[in-house]
Design a protein around this ligand. Structure first.
Ligand SMILES: Nc1ncnc2c1ncn2[C@@H]1O[C@H](COP(=O)(O)OP(=O)(O)O)[C@@H](O)[C@H]1O
Ligand SMILES: CC(=O)OP(=O)(O)O
Ligand SMILES: [Mg+2]
Length: 410
């Protein structure tokens, strides 16, 4: 039996998981991984072995939606009935916000879950289903050590000036500040940068998926990022608005066109690429459509990235490299080409063939700024943190031995 860690990454359009072996010698080796994607409109499950060979697939059908609870239940059942010679000894979860109490990965207990759940008032979408995942596993497998890894952690290095909004002190003291998200993904990319572009000090990373954001990194540390207080501002996303001036929101409330609840529903679920196009929030659908509204939505997305690239180049005092990652960033040659075209002024020259092949380097050798496609691996980061904490936590190892046998996979 291999002692295994399960890493759970609940995103807005997907639930991703990885199973890793515990390793005293270093990074935990991958046993298998998979995901349920397009959860809102055409859920599709796929699982792969460590070399990418398909292990299983399942479709729910177009027009069907599943929530995170159902997706997690499916994944656990699949692991139980399909993976042999594996005993799960720990689980790690991606949680969006650690708040002021949790800046680094930490062992989950009931008090922590209550605190993290209270932060759904800040980040009402992911935070709820992230906590739900940890609660569901705690109920099903009592005693299983669980670790929380936070998307907000990576941005703790932002300078005070970037963390602060120009609001009165009492409002800032009530907890209104710039957090930033997608940090587990940015952490993974930051750790790859020395191997890919060792000389690059000033780097912009664009994590473009169901949720999209950009991060300005200086020497591998976050100094600015587009998602602010909640995972709602910055770039337009699949169904989330991105930047909207506060005056416009006040106007909508003043005219009673929305109340707090319906405003939240609109900004999170009916805006962004879906709201702009009226067609879909899925970049694949928009790219294939000749409808002018789809074309305009993609243009808007690229425009927002162009603006932030200019701003972040100024914040960094120049730019050495640009990295694309996540669903759109890793797979959409047209989006990457459109942005690189706008960045010609920075000295970016696209290598069209390399772009069509999804990288890794998609700029020409003489491009002043090198541009890269780097697949992210949030699950590996979660597994590494989980292993480190479980192995070095005396309490955790006691609980591991008490609970051995609690969750054997066939
Ligand atoms: N080949 C592709 N071309 C364009 N967009 C793609 C492609 N494949 C995936 N995507 C986009 O990536 C998104 C999913 O990104 P991902 O990072 O996996 O999601 P999540 O934000 O849920 O974690 C999908 O909504 C889709 O729009
Ligand atoms: C923070 C966020 O939006 O995450 P995701 O892209 O996984 O939905
Ligand atoms: Mg994601």
């Amino acid at each position: 039996m291999t002692d295994a860690i399960i890493a759970i990454n609940a995103g807005s359009t997907s639930l991703k998981f990885g199973a890793y072996g515990m390793s005293a010698a270093g990074s935990p080796p991958l046993l298998c991984r998979g995901q349920i994607d397009s959860m809102q409109d055409a859920p599709h499950f796929s699982a792969r072995n460590p070399i990418g060979k398909s292990l299983d697939q399942h479709d729910w059908g177009t027009g069907h939606a599943i929530d995170h609870k159902e997706a997690l239940r499916f994944v656990i059942t699949w692991l139980e009935s399909n993976v042999s010679a594996m005993k799960v000894v720990a689980a790690g979860h991606r949680i969006l916000l650690g708040g002021s109490r949790f800046e680094v990965p930490a062992r989950i207990d009931a008090d922590m879950l209550d605190y993290l759940e209270s932060l759904a008032e800040v980040e009402p979408s992911h935070q709820t289903f992230n906590v739900l995942g940890a609660r569901a596993l705690a109920e099903t497998f009592p005693g299983l050590p669980q670790i929380a890894c936070f998307d907000s952690s990576f941005h703790k290095t932002m300078p005070e000036v970037a963390k602060t909004y120009a609001l009165p002190k009492d409002v800032r003291d009530a907890g209104v500040r710039h957090w930033g998200y997608h940090g587990i993904s940015y952490d993974y990319i930051a750790r790859q940068l020395p191997h890919i572009v060792p000389q690059a000090r000033r780097v912009i990373v664009a994590h473009l998926g169901g949720g999209s954001s950009m991060c300005a990194m200086l020497d591998g540390r976050s100094v600015e990022t587009t998602m602010g207080f909640a995972a709602l501002s910055g770039l337009p996303m699949a169904t989330r608005s991105g930047d909207v001036p506060p005056g416009a929101l006040l106007y909508l409330l003043r005219r009673k066109l929305f109340d707090g609840k319906s405003l939240e529903e609109m900004l999170y679920h009916r805006a962004g690429l879906l709201g702009l196009s009226g067609i879909s929030g899925d970049m694949r659908v928009l790219q294939e459509s000749a409808d002018s509204r789809a074309v305009a939505a993609v243009e808007h997305f690229v425009h927002a990235m162009t603006k932030y690239t200019g701003a972040y180049t100024a914040v960094l005092g120049g730019l050495d490299a640009f990295v694309f990652t996540a669903g759109i960033g890793e797979h959409s040659a047209p989006v990457r080409a459109a942005l690189c075209d706008k960045l010609a002024w920075l000295g970016v020259t696209l290598d069209e063939q390399a772009n069509a092949a999804n990288g890794p380097r998609i700029s020409t050798p003489d491009s002043r700024v090198s541009v890269w496609v780097v697949p992210t691996d949030e699950e590996l980061m979660i597994a590494q943190h989980t292993q480190a904490l479980v192995m070095h936590d005396d309490n955790a190892s006691k609980i591991t031995s008490q609970s051995s046998g609690a969750f054997h996979l066939k």
